[in-house]
Design a protein around this ligand. Structure first.
Ligand SMILES: [Zn+2]
Ligand SMILES: [Zn+2]
Length: 170
């Protein structure tokens, strides 16, 4: 059994990445779930891989979007070489683009459960800009309108507008 090591980064924030190890007998759907889990994406949205020009979606997306293959395919059947890159989009509304690169293949480790996160970027927190003068509170949201990083509490308080927010990934 071979293990595939994928480095997954956010396309527009390349400093945010995870290395995910997965067995070659596991499926693209397992990788899909692992990516959603490790980036703490909210579950339940549609996702899509683009590999060598072909699109792969979960079979539940049938009829909601056009795609070439379902994600119920084994990783090994994709015939990927080290260095091969694919595109992964999560949530067709927020359209979070990721670059997934096969960086290595290796032998299965003892007593390890796959898929697993082998490595991740160093966490550099952003702090709530409203709380900042008084205390350091980790920001969970960024407002697209006023461009501020906000904590949960400050986010709920409307200032001159209702904040248009996206979750900050660390
Ligand atoms: Zn705050
Ligand atoms: Zn705002």
């Amino acid at each position: 059994m071979k293990i595939y090591c994928f480095k997954v980064c956010l396309k527009y924030r390349k400093g945010i990445w995870r290395v995910i190890e997965i067995k070659d007998s596991q499926t693209l759907k397992d990788l899909d779930n692992a990516v959603q889990g490790v980036f703490e994406h909210e579950y339940g949205h549609l996702s899509e891989f683009t590999i060598k020009g072909l699109t792969y979606c979960p079979s539940k997306a049938m009829g909601m979007t056009d795609f070439d293959h379902s994600t119920d395919v084994e990783i090994k059947s994709l015939n990927l070489d080290v260095g091969c890159q694919m595109k992964y989009v999560y949530d067709f509304g927020d359209y979070i683009e990721h670059i997934v690169e096969l960086i290595d293949t290796k032998e299965e480790g003892d007593n390890k459960k796959y898929p697993r996160v082998a490595e991740k970027n160093k966490t550099r927190y952003r702090y709530c800009q409203k709380c900042k003068p008084k205390k350091k509170v980790v920001a969970t949201w960024r407002c697209y309108e006023c461009k501020q990083n906000l904590c949960d509490d400050c986010c709920e308080k409307d200032d001159d507008h209702s904040h248009m927010i996206g979750e900050i990934i660390y």
